[in-house]
Design a protein around this ligand. Structure first.
Ligand code: ADP
Ligand code: MG
Length: 945
């Protein structure tokens, strides 16, 4: 091939010499990688990207036939990091009757036919943004949504399919040609088309291409068959015939399929996509009032323009629908213009379609009939023949014989057409006030844009309200004029968001935590709210959600209806920005510049540029300036979309990088928030490190009485631990988890909760298995406490005895102390006061040492102090009130030494207040309670005791 010419067409001829010096020829070129290009001296990312895309296209053109099944299995082995998960609409087209042709025809002629067919299909789909992935036999495999997603990929595919049928039919060959088309949408893994070797054949993995191929197989000649997955994305844009369930080879379950009949005649995209029943309007009262005020002014002759801006799905069209509804009873003329994402280059597209609709053209109308309808439409406003001819020309209706030919230069014709259209507007406005709606002008074609400029200018002297809607990226030049009002739609607040969810749910119900989760994740964008709610309801219908209210992650995953539009926003920015978004998404909804820089595999200039791009595309917000900047994703769903494209391996790598960077750059954060590292190590697939961080996180949370979090962290770690193979270390670690779980579980559910008992039971079993006497004692004691609290007193005594025999075995001082404490309290509960006194009295003989302060944590309260408190009660019961008071004094002293809230509570209540009641000193009761209140603040609700 002509290398120089190829580079020149790309505008990159400066690299020709380098390519030649490095002997890059036809055989090497298709396999060049980004790395190779760097070596060749292609320094700019933009140039590399251009080259890589062109190389991919070369390879696609040269693609050799390969059966689908081979492609599928080949991919699994070598999925590369650059591969992505994404939603793609796959189209498969095939030439009808090629086998019988091959029997009848000279191979060379056949080859010509097939090649013409493929070129025709490829050219057609490319116009709709389709990507020709490969030629297979006489068929063509095409992706919509890769490498660049568009919010309307499914629609593009179907339109392209219909168009391709026409284009193939119009090819002039000795035999008439027909095509069959199958289309399906789904999540797939798309490989790196720019990789090496036979990468192209490894392009895509997933059921979707297979489904598209099978649907193509059951299509009649010149038919487009689509899968249910595609249909759901199309709203009412097309008229379809339900083909029912189809048994398709290689597809497990019978599959619903639809034949596309034609583009439907629904007036607006908004109605087509949301056709059946709009969600009742939530909020937007002020905006609606403003529009109505502007309408009044306009209707009185002082024409107005309102520029209605807002991101996709924020409710621009919905607000306009509300305005139309309010004006229903008022006499006016409504003119509606819609721009289309597929028609940004079709001159006058919104104008033409408006006229066609208004005139009421039918598909079967002859040109004559169309001219009559057009004349009828125009007659009331204008009778000039030339205008009719100009507009007929605009609508591509042949008018030879009816009107004299237009003898004008192209520029002259355009100006006259503008004038004719403006005359139409004047004519209408003379009859009645006009509500002129121009939607989605971020997709406007240049000619319509020119016209719109004139219209904005003109309406100030006419009874016209012109409302123009667009997305924030559109450059609005009209804003400065006096009769122009700017109106930006912002997100709904939480209350409105919840109300919208409720309206979508209708009669049914969703648990309130599900509703708030939806509101949380959709950030008040009505479209997201609607779609996510619908997805959750559908998942509910499929039984994916169980009786309890927790929503599974899958139910809250990005709905198929939003996939394309979210991905489109990211794809548009090109790969460095997308990559940076992915890194950010892995870090979290919020991320710092510093951490991002440490993790991203790009130099700082590239990172900063990518961040700037993301900020100006309003996908992320920035606070403070680079270096210290903090970023956050504008929407949780954008973050999910970026993250969702990553393959497992890439995710692991990213999270590992983040965890390491956190350890290195933010050690203090790592110790304050061990759960953060635990999370990233978990997602990195590094179980062992993650487990030890979960343990740290659990302990730390328990220390600060964040009991719910503590239990969650510990359970997370425990779950991971259980996936590891058996080993002594594993048992040791499990023991640590079970011990750590006891206190927060007890704090959360009460000492007597079976969960507490289970954790302790397991701890005892592990201690015995590991001959771990050190931890056995606290475990046994903990189980004693559980039994007391749950009213199993004999069991409590049994555990106390086990403490005792352990103490006898080891002779340990603390063990003796604990054993007496537990035995005594159990006996006291059983009313065996003498025996209780004997046990608890022995505590007096055990001296207190400095390290005993630590016992309060391990044994929930200081054993000296609480033991003596119970001794005081036993002594009173046995009839020694004075000795009881003396024991109480000692208990209080120990409690002061222990300086531990729970200890003070137990001693103050039992030995203090309760004993005072028993011995009839009511005045003291008040003192003890007040004292405790002062000490503990509001931590313990004393009245409850
Ligand atoms: N205030 C609202 N109350 C109820 N539903 C709304 C509201 N705003 C938007 N919606 C719904 O959310 C979806 C997206 O709104 P739409 O008007 O199409 O957004 P835009 O035109 O800005 O892209 C539509 O289904 C619409 O009916
Ligand atoms: Mg809209």
């Amino acid at each position: 091939m002509d290398l120089g010419g190829w580079l020149r067409r790309l505008g990159l001829e400066q690299y020709e010499a380098a390519f030649r010096e490095n002997e890059i020829d036809d055989t090497v070129l298709p396999n060049l990688t980004a790395e190779d290009l760097k070596d060749l001296g292609v320094g700019l990312v933009g140039h590399r990207r251009k080259l890589l895309d062109a190389i991919a296209a070369l390879r696609a053109e040269a693609g050799t036939p390969a059966p689908l099944s081979d492609a599928r299995s080949a991919t699994c082995k070598t999925a590369k990091d650059t591969a992505e998960r994404r939603q793609v609409t796959v189209m498969f087209s095939d030439l009808v009757g090629s086998t019988s042709l091959s029997a009848r025809m000279d191979p060379e002629d056949l080859r010509e036919i097939i090649s013409a067919y493929q070129t025709c299909v490829a050219d057609t789909v490319r116009r709709f943004g389709g990507f020709v992935a490969k030629y297979m036999g006489d068929g063509v495999l095409i992706y919509f949504g890769y490498p660049q997603a568009h919010e309307d990929d499914a629609e593009r595919a179907v339109r392209a399919g219909l168009e391709a049928i026409g284009a193939v039919g119009a090819l002039e060959f000795s035999v008439p040609m027909q095509t069959r088309i199958g289309i399906a949408t789904g999540l797939v893994v798309v490989g790196d088309l720019i990789g090496t070797g036979s990468a192209l054949e490894q392009a895509i993995v997933g059921e979707t291409p297979n489904l598209a191929a099978r649907l193509q197989g059951v299509a009649k000649p010149n038919a487009v068959i689509i899968a249910e997955s595609t249909r759901r994305l199309l709203g009412n844009l097309f008229d379809l015939a339900d083909l029912g369930l189809q048994d398709l080879k290689g597809i497990d379950a019978p599959t619903r399929a639809w034949a596309v009949l034609q583009v439907s005649s629904v007036e607006s995209r908004f109605e087509a996509l949301h056709g059946s029943g709009l969600t009742e309007l939530v909020g937007r009262q002020e905006e609606l009032d403003l529009l109505l005020r502007r309408w009044r002014r306009a209707a009185s002759g002082e024409g107005q323009v309102v520029l209605l801006a807002g991101e996709p799905g924020i409710g621009k069209s919905r607000l306009i629908a509300a305005l139309q509804e309010r004006l229903q009873t008022e006499l006016h003329i409504g003119l509606r213009y819609f721009c289309s994402p597929q028609r940004v280059d079709s001159a006058f597209y919104p104008i033409v379609t408006q006229l066609e609709r208004a005139a009421g053209f039918l598909r079967e109308d002859t040109p004559e009939a169309q001219l009559d309808k057009l004349a009828a439409l125009l007659v009331s406003a204008s009778t000039q023949q030339e205008d009719q001819a100009l507009l007929a020309e605009l609508l591509s209706i042949p008018f030879k014989g009816r009107f004299p030919p237009l003898q004008l230069t192209p520029r002259g014709k355009k100006e006259k057409t503008f004038a004719a259209l403006l005359r139409q507007l004047h004519g209408s406005a003379r009859q009645r006030p006009v509500l002129m709606l121009f939607e989605d002008v971020h997709w406007i074609d240049p000619s319509s844009r020119e016209l719109l400029d004139l219209v904005v200018e003109r309406v100030q002297h006419l009874p016209v309200l012109l409302v123009i809607t667009f997305r924030p990226e559109f450059e609005r030049i009209w804003a400065a004029q006096a009769h122009v009002t700017m109106l930006s739609l912002s997100r709904l607040d939480r209350r409105e968001g919840a109300a919208l969810v409720q309206r979508v749910i209708g009669e049914g119900t969703l648990a309130s935590d599900v509703v708030s989760e939806i509101v949380e994740r959709t950030d008040g964008v009505p479209l997201f709210l609607e779609e996510l709610t619908k997805a959750v309801l559908e998942a509910d219908d499929r039984g994916a959600r169980t009786a309890h209210s927790r929503v599974s992650r899958t139910a809250l995953a990005i709905p198929a209806t939003l996939q394309a539009s979210l991905m489109a926003r990211l794809d548009r920015l090109g790969s460095p920005a997308k990559e940076v978004a992915q890194v950010g998404a892995a870090i979290g909804r919020e991320f710092s510049h510093e951490l991002l820089r440490a993790v991203a595999q790009r130099n700082s200039a590239e990172v900063d540029e990518a961040l700037d791009q993301l900020v100006s595309a309003e996908l992320i917000f920035r606070r403070a300036m680079p270096a210290d900047a903090e970023y956050s994703f504008k929407h949780a769903l954008v973050q999910d979309a970026a993250y969702g494209t990553l393959l497992r391996g890439a995710r692991h790598k990213l999270h590992a990088g983040i965890a390491k960077a956190l350890e290195r750059l933010f050690p203090e954060r790592a110790s304050i928030e061990p759960e953060l590292l635990a999370y990233h190590f978990t997602e990195a697939g590094q179980a062992e490190t993650a487990i030890s961080y979960w343990l740290k996180a659990g302990r730390r949370a328990a220390e600060r009485s964040a009991d719910e979090e503590a239990v969650r962290h510990l359970r997370r770690g425990l779950e991971m631990l259980m996936t590891l193979p058996h080993s002594i270390q594993k048992d040791q670690q499990e023991l640590e988890f079970q011990l750590a779980l006891g206190t927060p579980l007890a704090a959360q559910h009460g000492y007597g909760n079976p969960l507490v008992g289970a954790a302790r039971d397991r701890a005892i079993a592990l201690c015995e298995k590991l001959s771990d006497t050190e931890h056995l004692l606290p475990s046994l004691y903990g189980q004693y406490g559980y039994c007391i609290a749950s009213g199993r007193i004999p069991k409590a005594l049994e555990y106390s005895r086990r403490c005792q025999s352990l103490a006898a075995h080891t002779g340990d001082r603390v063990a003796r102390l604990i054993a007496h404490r537990a035995m005594g309290a159990s006996l006291l509960e059983m009313g065996e006061f003498e025996a209780a006194k004997a046990q608890l009295g022995q505590i007096l003989a055990i001296d207190r040492v400095e390290t005993d302060q630590a016992l309060s944590v391990l044994y929930l309260a200081d054993p000296h102090a609480t033991g003596l408190a119970y001794l005081a009660l036993s002594l009173w019961a046995l009839g020694y009130p004075d000795q009881a008071v003396a024991a109480r004094q000692k208990a209080i002293k120990h409690a002061l030494d222990a300086n531990h809230a729970n200890t003070s509570g137990i001693v103050g209540i039992y030995a203090g207040a309760q004993l005072s009641v028993l011995i009839g000193k009511m005045a003291d009761v008040k003192n003890y309670v007040e004292n405790l209140n002062a000490q503990l603040g509001s931590r313990v609700p004393l009245l409850g005791y």
